[in-house]
Design a protein around this ligand. Structure first.
Ligand SMILES: Cc1cc2nc3c(=O)[nH]c(=O)nc-3n(C[C@H](O)[C@H](O)[C@H](O)COP(=O)(O)OP(=O)(O)OC[C@H]3O[C@@H](n4cnc5c(N)ncnc54)[C@H](O)[C@@H]3O)c2cc1C
Length: 707
C-alpha cells in the first residue's frame, strides 16, 4: 500500500464487494454467512488511497487509452490493468429463467438465494442440475445438496433430485485418477446422478440438449462450465485468444499494446499456461503491481514465472474436503479445517483496513510549482480544459434558453413563462466521496431539491465547480466525470445547464444555482400544516453518519452503495405527487436534519409536531454506525434545537440520527390524514421505496415531540 507519487489509482467494479470464490461452496452449503466471504472493495480502495468507481466496463479503446463504463462513459488511463476474471460459457439462449451461471460469482450468490427462496415457497421436490464437472461444478452440486438437505428445515422433507452433467467421459479432468475416484464415490454416496459425455449445445425452457438429440430436464440449471472472456473485449483491438482471454507476455503486458496489463483468469500468459484458478491469480498480484509501477516510471518490465502446479482443496459439501495434487489426495475434516483457516486468514488480511489519510493517498495532487499561483483571475481553471470538457457533454436545449452554453455570452438569458413566478436557489458542497461522477449527480439533486420543495419545476442551472490543482490529465478527467454526472442529473430533471464558474480549490467542490418556475397558486410553502395532518418523508436518514463513518474506515461499501443510489434519485416525481395530493407544507431535509427542518415547518404557527421514531426510515448501516458513536460534525449543534423527548427515547440511537445532517435528503411534507395513505402508495410505486409516514401535526403550538 505504497502510493506512487503523482499517480491516481482507480478501481472500477460493478459491485462494492468481491465474493471470494474459495469460500463460495461453503457459503452455498450454509457453513458461512455472506459477510464471511466477501472483500469490501470500497474499504480496500480507501486503505490503498485509490478511487473506487462502482460501474461496469463495457468497452476499451487501447489507442485512445480509454475504457468505456456503462454509466459514466469514457474514463482515460495511462496504464491499465484488466483483472475481470472469467465467465461460464453457456449456450446462447441461456438467458431463460431456469439457468444460473456460477460465474461471475458476484452475481451468482443473490440469484442462487432467490432460487432457493422460490423453491421454498413452491414447496415441491425439484430437479437440480449442475452443468460442468470440473472442481467448481463438483463443489457446487455437493454444496447445494448439503444446503437443501441438512441446513434448511423448510426444504428437508422434500426429496430433490440432483444431476451433475459432464461433457466428457468423467469428472475433474484436470485432477489425478485417485481424486476422481474419491469424488465419483462421493457423488454415488450422495445419490447425485452423473450424466457423462453430455456436451450441452442448446437450452430451451428447462431442458438442455446435446447435438445428437439427447436431453435432460431440470427445474434449476447451474452452469459451472469452465471459463471464457467477456464479449466486449472482442470488439477492442487487444490481442485475445479464441475463448476471449487477453494474450499477455510473461511480464503480464498485452502482446500488442504497451501499458495494458492483465492477470488472473482473464490473462492468457504466453509460455505459462495454467489452470484458471485463484491460487495462480493471487500469485501474479505482486509481479503485476511491480510491473505497473515500472511502467509508470518508464522502467523496463520484468518477466514473472508462475509456479508449475498448485495444491487444490476441493470441498465435499459437508465440513470435509480433499487436498490434492498430481501425486496425492488427502481427505477429511482436518483438510476442511485447514482450508477454512487459510480462507478466513485471506479475508481477514483484506478486511482489517484503515483508510489512508488524504495527504498520503495516490494522485491526490500533482507536485506543485514552488511559485505561488496568482488568484487574480478568479482562480479559474484553464479555458482549454473547460472547453474540452464542455464539448464532450450532451447539450440539452430548450426554446426557453435565449442565451446559454451553446451561444455563450457574458451571462445566460432564460425566457420566463408568462404568468409564472421565478424560483431561485443555490446549494454547494465539498467532496464527501471520491467519485466525481456521482458527486456531480448528487450536487444537482441537492440544489434542485429546494426548487421541488416549493412545488416548482426547474428550468436552468449554473454550475460552480472547484478543482484541486493537479496534472492537467487528472483535472480534465475529474472535471469531465463531475460534469457528466451533473449532466445526467440535469437531463433527468429537464433542466438546462446555461453556464457556470470554475476555480482552483483544495478539494473538489460543486454546487448549482438553479432557476425554476411555478404558478403562484401552486406554490407549496414550508409552513401551512394543520392539526391532524400526517408527516411524510421520501427517503431515509443517516447519510451524514455514513460518510462520517467512511472517513474512519467503518462504513461498508454496500451501505455507501445503497445510500448513493437513493441520493442520486431525483425528488421531482415526489414533488408532483405531493402537489397532486394537496400537501399543506413541503420542505427538503438538509443540514439541520429531520428535527431541524420539521421545527422550521411549525415555527410561529399554531401547530406542533410529533415524530414516531419507530416509523422513521434510516439508511442501511446508519444505526450500527451511530451505535459506535459515529456522528457528523453538525449533529451536536442540530440536537440543541428545541424539542421534547423522554429520557428513554433519548437513549435510542434512532433518536440521535434524527439530528443527522443530510446531503440531497428527502422531501418532508405534511398531507391531510385522508390523503396520506394514497400519497404514500403513490410515492412507493414511483420508486421512493423507503418513503414513510413518520409523524403527525398536533395542535400544541410550537411543540416538537419525539416519541
Ligand atoms: C465455485 C468456484 C469455486 C472456486 N474455488 C476455488 C478455490 O478454492 N481455489 C482457487 O484457487 N480457485 C477457485 N476458483 C477459481 C477462482 O474463482 C478464479 O480462478 C479466481 O477468482 C480468478 O481471480 P480473478 O481475480 O482473475 O477474477 P475474479 O475473482 O473473478 O474477479 C474479477 C473481478 O472483476 C470484476 N469485473 C468483471 N467484469 C467486469 C467489468 N466488465 N467491469 C468491471 N469489473 C468487472 C468482478 O466484479 C470481479 O470483482 C473457484 C471458482 C468457482 C466458480
Amino acid at each position: 500500500m505504497r502510493p506512487e507519487p503523482g499517480v491516481r489509482v482507480t478501481l472500477i467494479n460493478p459491485h462494492p464487494e468481491a465474493q471470494y470464490s474459495g469460500m463460495l461452496p461453503g457459503l452455498i452449503a450454509g457453513h458461512y454467512s455472506e459477510e464471511d466471504t466477501i472483500l469490501d472493495l470500497f474499504k480496500l480502495s480507501q486503505a490503498c488511497g485509490a478511487r473506487f468507481i462502482k460501474d461496469k466496463v463495457i468497452g476499451l479503446d487501447p489507442d485512445k487509452k480509454t475504457v468505456l463504463c456503462a454509466r459514466r462513459g469514457e474514463i482515460s488511463f495511462d496504464v491499465l490493468s484488466i483483472n475481470i476474471g472469467s465467465q461460464s460459457p453457456t449456450p446462447k439462449n441461456l438467458e431463460i429463467k431456469h439457468g444460473l451461471g456460477v460465474k461471475p460469482i458476484q452475481t451468482f450468490q443473490n440469484k442462487f438465494q432467490d432460487a432457493l427462496n422460490k423453491m421454498r415457497i413452491e414447496g415441491r421436490p425439484k430437479r437440480i442440475a449442475v452443468v460442468g464437472a470440473g472442481a467448481a461444478g463438483v463443489e457446487v452440486i455437493l454444496a447445494t445438496k448439503h444446503r437443501l438437505e441438512d441446513c434448511s428445515n423448510e426444504t428437508r422433507p422434500l426429496s430433490h433430485r440432483y444431476f451433475l452433467v459432464s461433457s466428457g467421459k468423467s469428472i475433474l479432468s484436470e485432477q489425478s485418477g485417485k481424486t476422481r475416484q474419491i469424488f465419483e464415490k462421493e457423488l454415488k454416496k450422495n445419490q447425485i446422478t452423473l450424466i457423462q459425455d453430455f456436451l450441452v449445445s442448446s437450452f430451451e425452457r428447462n431442458t438442455a440438449s446435446t447435438k445428437d438429440g439427447r436431453s435432460i430436464a431440470a427445474d434449476i440449471f447451474l452452469w459451472a462450465t469452465g471459463a471464457v472472456g467477456p464479449a466486449w473485449l472482442k470488439s477492442s483491438d487487444l490481442g485475445i485468444t479464441e475463448e476471449g482471454f487477453i494474450r499477455v507476455k510473461a511480464n503480464l503486458e498485452s502482446e500488442n499494446f504497451r501499458n495494458i496489463f492483465a492477470a488472473g483468469d482473464i490473462a492468457h500468459v504466453r509460455n505459462h499456461i495454467r489452470p484458471k484458478s485463484g491460487v495462480f491469480a493471487v500469485r501474479q498480484g505482486p509481479a503485476l503491481t511491480a510491473n505497473l509501477r515500472r511502467a509508470l516510471q518508464n522502467k523496463p518490465l520484468k518477466d514473472f514465472r508462475p509456479q508449475k502446479r498448485a495444491l487444490a482443496m476441493i470441498s465435499l459439501g459437508e465440513k470435509s474436503a480433499i487436498a490434492t495434487t498430481q501425486f496425492f489426495a488427502l481427505r477429511g475434516s482436518l483438510v476442511w479445517r485447514y482450508k477454512n483457516f487459510i480462507d478466513k486468514r485471506f479475508i481477514k488480511k483484506y478486511s482489517d483496513l484503515k483508510p489512508m489519510p488524504m495527504e498520503k493517498s495516490s494522485g491526490a495532487k500533482a507536485p506543485q510549482s514552488p511559485e505561488m499561483r496568482c488568484g487574480g483571475c478568479g482562480s479559474k481553471i484553464g479555458p482549454n480544459l473547460l472547453r474540452q470538457v464542455l464539448a464532450g457533454l450532451p447539450m440539452m436545449s430548450s426554446s426557453e434558453i435565449v442565451i446559454g452554453l451553446k451561444k455563450a455570452d457574458d451571462a445566460a438569458i432564460v425566457k420566463a413563462e408568462p404568468g409564472k413566478l421565478g424560483v431561485h436557489t443555490i446549494d454547494h458542497f465539498k467532496q464527501f466521496i471520491d467519485d466525481p461522477w456521482t458527486l456531480g449527480k448528487i450536487a444537482v439533486n441537492h440544489a434542485l431539491n429546494d426548487v421541488f420543495a416549493m412545488g416548482a419545476s426547474p428550468k436552468s442551472a449554473l454550475a460552480i465547480v472547484g478543482l484541486p490543482l493537479s496534472a492537467p490529465k487528472l483535472m480534465k478527467n475529474d472535471m469531465s466525470l463531475l460534469m457528466r454526472g451533473a449532466s445526467e442529473g440535469l437531463a433527468e430533471n429537464k433542466t438546462v445547464l446555461v453556464g457556470g464558474h470554475t476555480n482552483e480549490a483544495d478539494e473538489i467542490n460543486i454546487g448549482f444555482s438553479a432557476y425554476g418556475e411555478v404558478e403562484e397558486r401552486a406554490i407549496i410553502r414550508k409552513t401551512g400544516a394543520v392539526d391532524g395532518d400526517l408527516i411524510i418523508v421520501t427517503r431515509p436518514l443517516g447519510s451524514g453518519v455514513l460518510f462520517a463513518g467512511a472517513m474512519k474506515g467503518l462504513t461498508k461499501g454496500r451501505w455507501i452503495s445503497s445510500t448513493l443510489q437513493e441520493m442520486t434519485q431525483s425528488n421531482a416525481y415526489a414533488s408532483n405527487i405531493f402537489a397532486e395530493c394537496g400537501a399543506t407544507s413541503l420542505t427538503d431535509i438538509t443540514g439541520f436534519g429531520l428535527v431541524g427542518h420539521l421545527s422550521e415547518m411549525i415555527q410561529g404557527s399554531e401547530e406542533g409536531a410529533t415524530i414516531f421514531l419507530e416509523e422513521v426510515p434510516f439508511y442501511d448501516g446508519a444505526i450500527p454506525l451511530a451505535e459506535l458513536g459515529i456522528e457528523s460534525t453538525l449533529k451536536p449543534e442540530n440536537i440543541k434545537i428545541d424539542h421534547l423527548a423522554t429520557n428513554k427515547v433519548k437513549t435510542s440511537t434512532k433518536y440521535q440520527v434524527c439530528f443527522d445532517p443530510q446531503t440531497a435528503g428527502g422531501l418532508l411534507a405534511t398531507v391531510s390524514a385522508q390523503a396520506a395513505a394514497a400519497c404514500l402508495n403513490n410515492l412507493i410505486e414511483s420508486g421512493y421505496l423507503k418513503a414513510a409516514i413518520i409523524g403527525r401535526i398536533s395542535n400544541v403550538s410550537g411543540e416538537l415531540r419525539i416519541c
